[in-house]
Design a protein around this ligand. Sequence first.
Ligand SMILES: [Zn+2]
Length: 412
Amino acid sequence: MEDSRQTTHGILGAAAVRAQNSRLLLNLLWKEREISRAELARRTGLSRSTVSAIVSDLLDTGLVNEARAGVSSGGRRPIMLEFQDQSSFIVGIELGATHVSCVLTDLRCKVRASWSAPVPVRDDPALALKKMTMGVGAVLDAAGVQASQLLAIGVAVPSPVDSKRPGELLPLVVPKWEGYNVATHLEESFKRPVFVDNDANLGALAELWWGAGSAAKDLAYIKVATGIGAGLIINGRIFRGSGGIAGEIGHTSIDPNGPQGICGLNGCLHLFVGTPALLRRAKDEMLASGSKRQPPASVDELVNAALDGEPSCVEVLRYTGNKLGVGIANLLNLLNPRTVVLGGGIARAGDLVLGPLHETILNLSLPASILNTEIKTTGLNQWGIALGAATLALQTALETPALFPTKSREVA
Ligand SMILES: [Zn+2]
């Protein structure tokens, strides 16, 4: 047996071993961008002949090219293999509660085109699906890319996602989506594989790969929007729970005697700091204070007014920080993540929210659970969640190399 990894031949079968070896090499090639065959063999522990055979397949697919000679260690200069970031492309879609956003990225998740439109997604699934198709068409056109050049499409949805029925949204959260399927709609339109996950999960994934939490393996991303959701990364993986419901921090009760939400539960966090609650509160505060300004019609306007120093809006953000702090303190006590990232439109308010949030957390978390935790706002822009959806497609393909387009023969 020339490879230690091939000792499992008898159990896995030759094809499975080859797929596993392809996956190992492809991930290293992607990570290093440029590496020699000898180095691949050294780093993976695979034999040179195994590496050569798989690399030869990868060269055929166009995923990898041979490039300039690397630095010589004395003998013949090795030929370097270069991962081709633009050998295929990915579309990432964010289906928000009130908008649809699309990005087209390369295989490094570098955004090459983007598109967004306001859509009443919760109330009009048919229109949302139509707009999604339009958005994908628009980013393909803008980047000059054909649908056939897509590796896959990733979609972030404003609902928990059950891995057994990934294209379906949870009727409890979005009742009008009963009977609609995001994944099959896109698969039929573009004939490419589609991967769906919850928006906060994908916000967390984007942070882990490209944003504030890139050094942390344990991370919580809190999406503050129409609903409130947490994406949890535990030991480098999205934690979904047994039925995809994990991270529904918006439905944790911060007041058991509080009002009842559409979810049927009492005193949920989202009833206090979801977008509708915040705008209502801002309007009430401004009326009460006799402010002459027009009450904000969106979280963006609320944050702008607060950054402008409008006292009622500053107060609403303080309130938001305090209430979010209750939910996040509980999360810290339970999970003790390394990083907590605040996302959504509210993130732009920075210290106006983070300050009061910290105050609450200091009062409600065990000191030991916050000692090593950093709480910050997202460093990614408004395309962060769509980028997370593209990242899901990339991550899935790197784990399942057969998803990558092939030119002349199968990779694995
Ligand atoms: Zn609720």
